[in-house]
Design a binder for this molecule. Structure first.
Ligand SMILES: Nc1ncnc2c1ncn2[C@@H]1O[C@H](COP(=O)(O)OP(=O)(O)O)[C@@H](O)[C@H]1O
Ligand SMILES: O=C(O)C1=C[C@@H](OP(=O)(O)O)[C@@H](O)[C@H](O)C1
Ligand SMILES: [Mg+2]
Length: 180
């Protein structure tokens, strides 16, 4: 049994490092890791093809269903769950997240720039990844902040081990405050 308030749900903008951090945190603390985008792709094929063939709304409907299934499935109650950057914008997903530990991985443009320049795989970032990333974060920031129970600073070029530790510390402090 873990003393961590699982499931831990990671939210934040594209290329913030949600999937990367989720994988490493889970490995370090013996938790399972599941990435909602990977589940979508396993069930429906590549995300860019889904956008091209059926449009964004179709993807959002599938995404909301996958998030609902993951949060309801007791196999994932001890897991770290990474969501795609747009998932928390769907009202149904916002309702599902209530009462869960929601970690907003905050980054800035400088941190993500090398990760998104020239990106062709994220449909939402086309055709100009850097400009689109900024515009989309401006639209989503308030929602990320509202849903977060923990905000984690992912800016700069910190090693993943240090981010993992930082998250563990934030979770432990939150628990201590809740029981004080
Ligand atoms: N802390 C980090 N330091 C360096 N590179 C990172 C870090 N976190 C993520 N990355 C890299 O940035 C890219 C995007 O990360 P990813 O986890 O897929 O982001 P997200 O799931 O938030 O879209 C990947 O190539 C990943 O390896
Ligand atoms: O922000 C978004 O709208 C999206 C983010 C992507 O996930 P990551 O945030 O893991 O890149 C993926 O779900 C899809 O391309 C749409
Ligand atoms: Mg991801």
């Amino acid at each position: 049994m873990t003393s961590l308030p699982t499931p831990l749900v990671l939210i934040g903008p594209m290329a913030a490092g949600k999937s990367h951090l989720g994988h490493h945190f889970a490995k370090r603390y013996g938790l399972d890791f599941v990435d909602a985008d990977h589940v979508i792709e396993a069930q429906h094929g590549p995300i860019p093809a889904l956008f091209t063939a059926h449009g964004q709304q179709h993807f959002r409907d599938i995404e909301a269903g996958v998030v609902a299934d993951l949060l309801a499935d007791n196999r994932y109650w001890n897991a770290v769950i990474s969501l795609g950057g747009g998932a928390p914008m769907t009202p149904a997903v916002q309702e599902l997240l209530a009462g869960h530990t929601v970690i907003y991985l905050e980054v800035d443009e400088v941190t993500v720039r090398p990760r998104i320049t020239g990106n062709r795989t994220r449909p939402m970032l086309q055709p100009d990844p850097e400009r689109r990333w900024r515009e989309i974060l401006d639209e989503r920031r308030d929602t990320y902040e509202r849903l977060a129970t923990i905000r984690l600073d992912g800016t700069g070029h910190r090693r993943i081990g240090s981010l993992v530790q930082q998250l563990h510390k934030a979770l432990t402090e939150q628990r201590r405050d809740a029981t004080a």
